[in-house]
Ligand binder design. Structure first.
Ligand SMILES: *Cc1c(COP(=O)(O)O)cnc(C)c1O
Length: 344
């Protein structure tokens, strides 16, 4: 890995961050707070929330086995994705490399930040080859984006290939693990201490069933987390989100139960799809959705919309022609979907 100083944009490296009232005094002993121009009425919403979300990070640290100093929390993982560009990529000069097809936000954030995004096509099994990704890099490549399990294909990427990328690249490798709680494949979290160029993204939006509260996590070296904290909005995770997330995390085994139910439903639904005459192929998945190649994806999509059932039409994406992406719903929702498709 190049020294972090060479990877971070010079203006960010030398940035003097905004220092909020809560940064300057965060102790609990005082009882009169006249330092932040807050209103003394309307408790508890009158006070600015903890800018570093200490309580929440302490809970996550226990659950994930990652020290607090290696955790960044953001307004969804999408914030962590955008910040990666703003921290590492000089607009109009630097570039990033990503697999394709994959999650759309890597490219959208690249476009917003005026950064070139070089997309390297997966093979016909939706797997990647480390050598191909590394060959797409040049001296201005700052980040490689991996997503495992991958969206929209559903499969986990080969672990050894991912590690080859992490070890063979001298810049930052981000591995987006939004669906890791559904996967057979283990998280790369334990690889963090040995790989200072690795950033792992997770979220409360999927397995934790909390997409509405917007809470994403990044796990990385202390040095990278410190830069994230310098660049983020001071109060990027609001009080209601911190409280609700904290409440959910108090019962970390509850998530295992819903994951188990969804995995059972996934197996059932995939089997039903395989038996549909209009379904040509069901792709293996490690997530709470699967990709299915249909006889005529657009027509089937429109037909389902007509019946008030919305799936994701991915048929215009490379390597996904005639494919629909199906999220696993409740048992009765899944039954209704299958019943509708049998009548197509
Ligand atoms: C859903 C999803 C996310 C989640 O984003 P949030 O902003 O945390 O809701 C991140 N990455 C991928 C690949 C996803 O599919």
């Amino acid at each position: 890995m190049k020294p972090l100083e060479q990877l971070v944009r010079p203006n960010i490296w030398s940035l003097a961050p905004y220092s909020s009232a809560r940064d300057e005094y965060s102790g609990k002993e005082a009882h009169i707070f006249l330092d932040a121009n807050e209103n003394p009425y309307n408790e508890p919403y009158n006070r600015y929330p903890d800018p570093l979300q200490r309580e929440l990070k302490a809970q996550l640290s226990k659950i994930k086995g990652v020290p607090v100093e290696n955790i960044f929390l953001g307004n969804g993982s999408d914030e962590a994705i955008d910040l990666a560009y703003r921290i590492f990529c000089e607009p109009g000069r630097d570039n990033v490399v990503s697999i394709a097809p994959t999650y759309g936000m890597y490219k959208v954030c690249a476009d917003i930040n005026n950064v070139e995004c070089r997309q390297v096509l997966l093979d016909e099994h939706y797997q990647m080859e480390a050598g191909k990704l590394l060959a797409a890099c040049d001296v201005h490549t700052k980040i490689i984006w991996l997503c495992s399990p991958n969206n929209p294909t559903g499969n986990s990427l080969n672990r050894d290939e991912m590690l080859k990328v992490v070890e063979g690249f001298d810049g930052i490798v981000v591995v987006d693990e939004a669906y890791i709680d559904f996967a057979q494949q283990l998280s790369l979290r334990q690889e963090l201490p040995a790989h200072p160029n690795l950033i792992i993204l997770q979220t409360m939006s999927k397995a934790w069933g909390s997409a509405a509260i917007r809470l994403g996590m990044a796990f990385a070296s202390k040095d990278i987390i410190n830069i994230y904290n310098k660049v983020k909005y001071p109060y990027n995770v609001n009080l209601l989100t911190q409280q609700q997330a904290s409440e959910m995390l108090r019962d970390p085994f509850e998530v295992d139960k819903t994951v188990k139910v969804l995995l059972q439903e996934r197996a059932r639904l995939m089997l039903a799809f395989q038996e549909l005459p209009i379904c040509q192929q069901v792709f293996p998945t490690d997530a709470n959705f699967f990709l299915a190649r249909m006889s005529d994806a657009q027509k089937i999509y429109d037909y389902l919309v007509e019946r008030g059932i919305i799936v994701r039409n991915r048929s215009r994406i490379q390597l996904c022609d005639n494919c629909l992406r199906i999220t696993i719903g409740t048992r009765s929702e899944n039954n209704e979907l299958v019943a509708a498709l049998r009548q197509f």
